[in-house]
Design a protein around this ligand. Structure first.
Ligand code: IMP
Ligand code: MG
Length: 185
């Protein structure tokens, strides 16, 4: 995971995970997850907005039939800490009762957002719920979360790029990087 690539954006301090490393990992996960669900009816749901880029690249590595759907929850806004208060801004369009639900996330930090979502989704009686998250910050987890597939573990630092934002910026960077401290100030 160490990379010597130079960031091409003045606000980025360092690149933690390169575009190539992300693509390689998504190919492995796509293969593994396709095997897991072979022959099943699967709904793949991404949590907006951050996961839209992860989903787009991940989806192209899937070799199963799946329906795609999206949920949106309230974000931190221009803060870098989870409030623990989650609001569903956009719900799934699909009825998941009796179907396998695969949740695709960009990053799990405290886990509070997903923990809340899981409670809500379990009440709809899907056949199963699994979580795939590109990134996890293992030191930060405040709740027990059944994350079945993980792309990379990242240190307890705020990261941006590859769909992840700070105040809605930096989502289009093709890598995962950290911000220079002065950017928060
Ligand atoms: P949690 O509830 O603390 O697990 O945070 C979940 C959500 O917060 C993620 O889906 C992201 O949208 C956002 N988030 C958490 N950590 C970061 C980060 O380091 N960079 C950008 N967004 C983050
Ligand atoms: Mg998110």
């Amino acid at each position: 995971m160490t990379s010597h690539a130079e960031p091409d954006h003045p606000d980025i301090e360092k690149i933690l995970i390169t575009h190539e490393e992300i693509q390689a990992r998504l190919a492995v996960l796509g293969e593994e997850i396709s095997q897991h669900y072979r022959g099943e009816e699967v709904v793949t749901a991404a949590v907006l907005k951050g996961a839209f880029i992860v989903l787009a690249d991940f989806a192209r590595n899937l070799s199963i039939d799946t329906v795609f759907d999206f949920m949106a929850v309230s974000s931190y806004g221009a803060s870098t800490k989870s409030s623990g208060v989650v609001r569903i801004l956009k719900d799934l369009d699909t009825d998941i009762e009796g179907r396998h639900l695969l949740i695709v996330e960009d990053i799990i930090d405290s886990g509070l957002t997903l923990s809340y979502l899981l409670k809500n989704l379990r009440a709809r009686k899907p056949a199963s719920i699994e979580i795939m998250s590109l990134l996890v910050k293992p030191d930060q987890l405040q709740v027990e979360l059944p994350v079945r597939w993980t792309g990379f573990e990242v240190p307890n630092e705020f990261v941006v790029g590859y769909g992840l934002d700070y105040a809605e910026k930096y989502r289009t960077l093709p890598y995962i990087g950290t911000l220079k401290p002065e950017v928060y100030a």
